[in-house]
Design a protein. Structure first.
Length: 205
């Protein structure tokens, strides 16, 4: 059964690749912008990372390719650097007193690979797709984050010219962003997912 599934995926990818190569138009470009991100804790959040949420505004930059399946539809894989997380009050950390608060920054920088299905409506574009993120750097809470994070993303874009566009996106995590097993000596029960709003400018060649 598993062999059949793998064979089906490989055949599907082969025919998709042939279809993309047969298209007349491929576009490539890059994006620059900013994230407004937070960690969404579960309702029972407690322990060292429980506290008041405070969003982080971070930088995003990426490269993308558009492969047109038809006049209205395209597939858009991307590779982007994304600064995410939040600033929050963390109880009993770096203060020397249990129960007191400190200002720790739950910040992490990600290398992300989203793949979008785009619907082109003249100058307006609608996008949706999955995203996998790899943690490449963290701020003050070293080793308290999962290395891989999966999200669902969607957005709307507007083509100002044939080359320049503006994009507004939202992403919400599907997997836990925190690695509780790496926190020792604390009653850690919180889980959280990354989510963000993203505004960017794009240039297509």
């Amino acid at each position: 059964m598993m062999v059949r599934k793998i064979l089906f995926v490989l055949v599907s990818l082969f025919f998709l690749g042939q279809s993309l190569q047969a298209q007349e138009e491929h576009r490539y470009g890059f994006r620059l912008g900013a994230n407004y991100s937070e960690l969404d804790f579960d309702d029972g959040a407690s322990g060292v990372l429980g506290g008041d949420n405070d969003a982080r505004i971070g930088f995003v930059a990426g490269f993308f390719a558009q492969y047109f399946l038809s006049e209205k539809w395209s597939i858009q894989p991307e590779l982007q650097y994304s600064a995410q997380g939040e600033r929050t009050k963390v109880k009993g950390v770096n203060t020397g007193a249990v129960g007191s608060d400190s200002e720790d920054r739950l910040k992490m920088n990600m290398l992300q690979l989203p793949v979008f299905l785009n619907l082109h409506l003249r100058k307006l574009n609608l996008s949706v797709g999955p995203q996998v993120g790899i943690r490449i750097w963290e701020w003050e809470r070293q080793d308290n984050y999962e290395t891989f994070q999966f999200s669902v993303t969607g957005g709307v874009g507007y083509d100002i010219t044939d080359n320049i566009g503006v994009n507004l996106r939202a992403a919400y995590g599907l997997t836990d962003a925190l690695d509780a097993s790496r926190i020792e000596g604390n009653n850690f029960t919180a889980t959280a997912v990354n989510h963000y709003l993203q505004l960017s400018l794009s240039y297509r060649m």
